[in-house]
Design a protein around this ligand. Structure first.
Ligand code: KIV
Length: 264
């Protein structure tokens, strides 16, 4: 079985083939997801919400991320594994970020994800120059929830849209290998995707990103309360989990998900 590497994903990007990402936190789902064709397993700090029952991601620790990365790596033979650096483990200094990222890579991650705009450029440069691939995460960055004042659309006005566009270019220049955009207007995400030469991954960012991601539990219809606009419940039309995930993969690859009802 051919492993999915950064080169595989870059080739897909160069061929304008969309790749698929879902969050994954354990070995069993790692096997199910990659058997259904998911290209990238994101060990997301959304585990704080969906596994730990917290209202934010802020209490997730490096030990949590290391443990779940190891579980996912054990269940995976093929997929590319990306792991979130949790709150407080990368902001202090590039050196500390490197030390902590090494633990995630040693646990089985192939890339780490870091939340934040231009302020993270120095850290991203430090990590990528030392052999650790990085996905930069901009737009709604849930670790900054108290500063942002809620889970809301980012880049909706001219000034913040310009800032996001600038951040994307700065992070690419710093060496970011991928750029994840969360809850930004579809038109802006398209413009940013066209302005950079690295793959973009969207969640609530419209169909024109190079790839799409959702939280696994959300796309399986396992959420409490109101469904977020950008989420589609793929279980609604499926007979089992495998079919729901396969349908997600097919819909993303065909450019059928997300559609206008899921974007801002
Ligand atoms: O932790 C996570 O699940 C994420 C996604 C929301 C992209 O970062």
């Amino acid at each position: 079985m051919m492993k999915t590497t950064q080169s595989t994903l870059l080739k897909m990007y160069e061929n304008s083939e969309k790749f698929t990402v879902l969050t994954c936190y354990d070995a069993l789902f790692a096997t199910i997801l990659e058997d259904a064709g998911v290209d990238v397993l994101l060990v997301g700090d959304s585990m704080g919400n969906v596994l730990h029952g917290e209202s934010t991601t802020l209490s997730v620790t490096l030990a949590d991320m290391t443990y779940h990365t190891r579980c996912v790596a054990r269940g995976s033979n093929k997929a590319f594994i990306m792991t979130d650096m949790p709150f407080g483990t990368f902001q202090v200094s590039p050196e500390l970020a490197f030390k902590n990222a090494c633990k995630l890579i040693a646990a089985g991650a192939h890339m780490v994800k870091i939340e934040g705009g231009h302020i993270m450029a120095e850290t991203i440069k430090f990590l990528t120059q030392r052999g650790i691939p990085v996905c930069a995460h901009i737009g709604l960055t849930p670790q900054s929830i108290h500063q942002l004042g809620g889970y809301k659309l980012q880049g909706a006005d001219t000034i913040t849209a310009k800032q996001l566009s600038q951040d994307a270019k700065i992070l690419e220049k710093a060496g970011a290998n991928m750029l994840l955009m969360e809850m930004v207007p579809a038109k802006l995400a398209k413009k940013i995707t066209q302005s950079v030469s690295i793959p973009t991954i969207g969640i609530g960012a419209g169909v024109d990103c190079s790839a799409q991601v959702l939280v696994l539990h959300d796309m399986l219809g396992l959420y409490q309360g109101k469904k977020a606009r950008f989420v589609k419940d793929f279980m609604a039309d499926a007979n089992n989990i495998q079919e729901a995930i396969t349908n997600y993969v097919l819909a993303v690859k065909a450019g059928q998900f997300p559609n206008q009802e899921h974007e801002f």
